[in-house]
Design a protein around this ligand. Sequence first.
Ligand SMILES: [Zn+2]
Length: 100
Amino acid sequence: MGEICPKCGLPKEICACEALEREGAKRIKIYNTKKKFGKLVTIIEGVEEGELTKTAKELKRTLACGGSSKEGIIVLQGEHRDKAKQLLVKMGYLENSIDV
Ligand SMILES: [Zn+2]
């Protein structure tokens, strides 16, 4: 007997829950928002926790901007949406998994 998925009740062999979850986790969102005093920042959501620090560091270095990262979110000072997307693609993220 194969294992049964606790989520959908189908045998694990034909259930798509895990694949869907992986897809979901891989989606990345990049957008701008205004902080206190009207300062514009670029937010990047969806980078995996294990990659967060490294990715944030690389983005800050390449874009020569300040920023921080915590709880799955990278914050970059200034407007860097297009360049951040290009960089993430260069780092190996799929272009069509990034929403700008
Ligand atoms: Zn399932």
